[in-house]
Design a protein. Sequence first.
Length: 260
Amino acid sequence: MQPDSKLQALIARAPRWPVLPAPLPREQMPRHVAIIMDGNGRWATQRGLIRINGHRAGVDSVRSVTRYCGQVHIQALTLYAFSTENWKRPKAEIRLLFRLLKKYLVEERPELMANGVRLTSIGDTGALPEDVQAELKLTQELTAQNKGLNLCLALNYGAQGEILNAAQALARRVTRGELKADDITEDVLKNTLYTAGMPPLDLLIRTAGERRLSNFLLWQACDAEFYVTPVCWPEFEQRDLEAAVLEFARRRSAVMSLES
């Protein structure tokens, strides 16, 4: 899908990200980083602000982390933007979250295009508000041919539901005679998940100090390094991501030395 003339003009004015030296040799860098963006509400409360101000501030961290991953040639970045559990939040907060998401999808579109970022999503996005679905679909279509960073938003996502959906899809294939039950391997199941085609998850980060996976990428995280930082998401910066990447490399190096 080609951008219209108005978007083309915005793309021409959008900032181009300069390439940064990666903190590690390319072969030691994580291919796929995922982040549980926690602590927005806590950050706001500590400052006497309402929770939505924390979500607004968190958008700046999304922008910063996306830019950095693109600049150091990380292949994929998956952000836990809205979980299936988030529907339990106050309705006013949910409405504001979706308003922020729609605003992000529209306003960040030129910069994503200008820097070759491909936006994808995982989760049951059909349950999102229709106007958000429309902007998500448009941004995905516009960026579909881009060859740089794959920025993946987990929206209305839950890992248990993802695995259940994959199992049901495979069961239907068996019922139709397209597949034998004994032919269902780990690779077959993996390629039925939302993340099929993405690089293996190497590094899973959670901000704000909690040590829970929160139903996020349970299958994909089986071999990933889990890194927890006390920094709340609105304060998470490039240096914090670099620290996580360096710790990832240290752990992988330690494992390799034990195996050699």
